[in-house]
Design a protein. Sequence first.
Length: 317
Amino acid sequence: SSWPAALGDEGEKAEEFPAQLGFYRLAFGVQQPYKVVVDGTFLTNALQNKIHVKEQLPKMLSGKVTPMVTTCMLNELRTLGDRGAGAAFIAKGYYRVKCGHQHNIGAAKCIKEQIGTTNERKLFVATQDVELALELRKIPGVPIIRLNGQVPYLEEPSNASKSNLKVDEEKKLQPSKWELPKLPALEHHKTLEAVKAERKPAKRKGPKGPNPLSCLKSKKNKQVGDAAAAASPAPHPAEPQKPKRTRSRRMGTVTRAEAEARATEQANHGATAASDLVAAVKKGSAPPRHGGDDGDDGDDAAPAVDSADPRGGRRKR
């Protein structure tokens, strides 16, 4: 019961087909384990190219696979004698589908009967029979596996499968028959849409701006504002603030205005004394002496300077 080396051992690898599998999963609900019906032509070519079908199919489909044969297919291989002995021996190890035929009707016809018109059992078919492949492409949702030399591959979805997907998508967008009687609003909406489609669109003469009267300010709000302004009492005039009093050790407690006046008076007095001194120097006479008696020379006498008394009077220093 020895079998030739796997395809991967000779350097070749089975290709993966995620796009095709994704299409069949979404469109027809194909799920693992994938059920693959393998006919005699596929087994014979695989044996000639030393391909281990039971090992390569899971690699190609990236999942669990259940190889299957029918009773009619197995009987057809046995009738081939030595040419089909090896393939018949390999087919014995696969899952056998009971087709229910009492007499052999041929492998291709038996497979088409198992598929039916809708492929309800989600069967894959691995075959090298060209006529059988053409018949299966007319049935939507039948994945077909072929051999290209030593490499098995999954065919692109047929046109029947693609068109069936479009029809299913359109049906999903429409309500079902049992929903239509319960949706009178939908029927009314469809009627209105049909009436609108028949009407010609009205021509618009030009862009229309806003109503100028609506842009005017409300007179009522203006009258209310004027009445509120008239009813509000007039503000009282602010009372004059008293000048802030400053306090210092030298000048006593006086106001700022009084302190500035005294400072100005002292500055003017000093300027007058300085001008008298300059005039006396120019004439060559002795400067006037301030303070002292007639008999004193007044050299040691210091000029008297008035300063403000904290109690409001004047004192000599």
